[in-house]
Design a protein around this ligand. Structure first.
Ligand code: SAM
Length: 201
C-alpha cells in the first residue's frame, strides 16, 4: 500500500478491507464528551475522518463539524450517514495537507482518530504544523493516538514521548494519558490527548 496515494485507501473502502473501521465512534471520544460539564460550541474538523463516526458524534453534541478524507468512498458513506441521521456536518474530499490556506485559523477543535498513524511518520512534523494552523489561537486537539510498538505500518505506532516532543513547542499538553476504555483489539495501545494551541502566537 502506498500511504500517500488516495487511490490505495479508496481501494480499501471499495474492497471492504477497512479493518480499522469500528463502525461507531471510538469509546474514548464518547466518554470524554459525556464527561463535559457544559455543551461544547464552535467549529471542529475531523482529519482523515473515514466514514465519519467521530464527525457525526461531535455534530450530535452541538459542534459545527467538517470531516475531511481523500478517499471518495469514505466521504460518500459519511455523507449518506449524516443524511440518515438528520445531522448537519460537512464532508470534504481532500488531502488534509491541502486544507491551507483556505481553512487557516478556522476551528475551535481538531479531532484526530487514526489519521496520525495513517500518514508517513516523516510527515508528522508537517501534520503538527497543519493542526496548529487549522486551529484558532487557544483552539484544542482531541486525539486518540495509536501508541502500539509494532514495526511498520500503517498503522504506524508512536509513543507518548514522541507525541509530546512533536507538539510541545506549539501546544500546551492538557492530557496525554493511557486509555482505559479502548475497543478490545486496541487495549493497552492507545493514548488520549487533549492539547491546546497557544493563545498568544
Ligand atoms: C486508518 S483510516 C481511519 C479512518 C477513520 N478516522 C476511522 O477511524 O475510521 C485513515 C483514513 O485517513 C485517510 N487519509 C490518509 N491520509 C490522508 C490524507 N493525507 N488526506 C486525507 N485523508 C487521508 C484515509 O483515506 C483513511 O480514510
Amino acid at each position: 500500500m502506498t500511504i500517500a496515494n488516495p487511490s490505495d485507501w479508496e481501494d480499501r473502502y471499495q474492497q471492504g478491507t477497512t479493518h480499522w473501521d469500528l463502525g461507531q465512534p471510538a469509546p474514548p471520544f464518547v466518554s470524554w464528551l459525556n464527561a463535559q460539564p457544559a455543551p461544547l460550541a464552535g467549529r471542529a474538523i475531523a482529519l482523515g475522518c473515514g466514514r465519519g463516526y467521530e464527525a457525526l458524534l461531535f455534530a450530535a453534541h452541538g459542534l459545527q463539524v467538517v470531516g475531511v478524507d481523500f478517499a471518495p468512498s469514505a466521504i460518500a458513506i459519511a455523507q449518506t450517514l449524516v443524511e440518515k441521521q438528520g445531522q448537519s456536518a460537512q464532508f470534504i474530499q481532500r488531502d488534509i495537507f491541502d486544507l491551507l490556506p483556505e481553512f487557516a485559523s478556522s476551528f475551535d477543535y481538531v479531532i484526530e482518530h487514526t489519521c496520525f498513524c495513517a500518514i508517513d511518520p516523516a510527515q508528522r512534523p508537517a501534520y503538527v504544523q497543519l493542526v496548529r494552523q487549522l486551529l484558532r489561537p487557544g483552539g484544542e486537539v482531541l486525539a486518540l493516538f495509536f501508541t502500539h510498538t509494532r514495526p511498520g505500518g500503517p498503522p504506524f505506532g508512536s509513543t507518548a514521548e514522541e507525541i509530546r516532543q512533536l507538539f510541545a513547542a506549539d501546544f500546551q499538553i492538557l492530557e496525554l494519558v493511557p486509555v482505559h476504555n479502548s475497543v478490545l483489539k486496541r487495549q493497552g495501545e492507545e493514548h488520549w490527548g487533549h492539547l491546546r494551541r497557544s493563545p498568544y502566537d
